[in-house]
Design a protein around this ligand. Structure first.
Ligand SMILES: Cc1cc2nc3c(=O)[nH]c(=O)nc-3n(C[C@H](O)[C@H](O)[C@H](O)COP(=O)(O)O)c2cc1C
Length: 369
């Protein structure tokens, strides 16, 4: 059998190690300086070829999933389909601005109070800004987002949230609902937690006291094709991939915990769990795990956990749990299942079911004790 082909990423690593080795030999004067010059030219060429290959592969994967025309066709489809087609878009068409109607529809969504409160009762303020109208300082995304004019900005007061994670869950939940609303309208979005100029966004949205813009997303008509740098970023984060079912979903059987292998093993919750799996997360870490505590076919109870993959800085892991909650609830509703979320602090008896993970909350289906 032929040996498996090396991935482009492995090749990039090998070429960089080789270059570092050559650099070392030149620094210690084992090789003449001329060799380093030749090696540098060769390395730049190799990285260029590999960069092109990474982009070509990623484009093939993206073309089979979310395309700009697939976004356009979303207006009348169920939420689970909206979630399947949503992906992060970083390349926008500057010649097709948002229409007056689109701006009005987004504003109406943002100003409907029930849309802006999370399951734990915290209100989230999301503001739509036009970067062309910003007076002080240039709002920017360090070149990550191209061609976008409008941004959704999620404001957050860090003071009360310091000791209560439910603020972060609610923020992730509400902002993801806004993202899905924009997707339903055929618009592109991309959660940004790091690559934006925080100070300038804070000023542009009029933050006061301990309030900051915690997350941002461009919103607009996407360019026909993803940009080269964007495609490279998607490949680097593995954005088109998700972890397997059996590392995310479990059910309690007697005193044991059994992994759910796939939709065929998840009974009536197959589609709902697939929607959770497709949710976006910071650097695509997907730090969630779900455990069913009662049989899947009766009124059930599902606990949500934040596992060791979670990003702890900026509490991004807690934000991702809120996103997973939004996907779970919308898809459960679509399938006709009703229930409510209760925070971990009110259901302490479920603690420690899942090792190496932090218990976040539980979804209790109507009729479950
Ligand atoms: C909380 C959060 C923060 C993110 N921050 C950034 C960011 O700063 N820059 C960026 O380019 N993408 C960012 N992303 C996008 C993720 O990389 C992307 O969602 C993930 O790779 C999955 O890809 P998909 O959204 O196309 O499904 C963020 C996503 C989330 C959920």
């Amino acid at each position: 059998m032929p040996p498996p082909a090396r991935s482009n990423w492995q090749m990039i690593k090998i070429s960089l190690y080789g270059y570092l080795f050559l650099l070392g030999l030149t620094v210690f004067r084992i090789l003449p300086k001329k060799t380093l010059l030749f090696g540098t030219v060769l390395e730049i060429f190799a990285l260029f070829v590999l960069y092109r290959k990474v982009i070509r592969n990623q484009r093939k994967v993206d073309a089979s999933t979310s395309t700009s025309s697939a976004l356009q066709a979303l207006r009348t489809v169920p939420d689970s389909e909206v979630m399947r087609v949503r992906t992060s878009w970083r390349n926008y068409d500057p010649t097709t601005p948002l229409t007056v109607d689109e701006i009005a529809t987004l504003q109406e969504f943002l100003h409907t109070p029930t849309n802006m409160v999370g399951p734990f009762g915290h209100k989230v303020d999301v503001v739509l800004i036009d970067s062309k109208e910003v007076q002080t300082g240039k709002i920017g995304t360090y070149g990550v987002i191209r061609g976008a004019r409008w941004f959704l900005c999620g404001k957050f007061d860090e003071a009360p949230a310091a000791t209560d994670p439910t603020y972060y869950y609610d923020f992730g939940y509400v902002f993801e609902n806004v993202i899905l609303q924009a997707t339903r309208m055929g618009l592109g979005t991309c959660w940004l937690g790091g690559t934006f100029s925080g100070k300038n966004f804070n000023t542009a949205t009029g933050c006061k006291g301990k309030e900051v813009v915690r997350m941002v997303s461009p919103v607009g008509h996407v360019a026909g094709e993803r940009g080269g740098f964007e495609t490279f970023m998607r490949a680097a984060a593995g954005s088109s991939h998700r972890h397997p079912w059996n590392t995310m979903f479990y059910r309690v059987e007697g005193s044991a915990l059994r992994a759910i292998a796939g939709p065929q093993d998840a009974g009536r919750f197959g589609r709902t769990l697939e929607c959770v799996r497709l949710a976006p997360s910071a650097s695509n870490t997907q730090p969630w795990a779900l455990v069913f505590h009662k049989p899947l076919d009766g009124p059930t109870m599902v606990s949500l956990w934040m596992n060791e993959r979670a990003y702890t800085h900026f509490r991004l892991g807690e934000n991702d749990i809120g996103i997973a909650m939004a996907h779970f609830e919308l898809c459960a509703k679509e399938a006709g299942f009703r229930g409510r979320f209760v925070p971990a602090s009110q259901t302490p008896d479920l603690n420690a079911v899942l090792p190496n993970a932090r218990f976040a909350c539980v979804w209790i289906e109507n009729g479950a004790a």
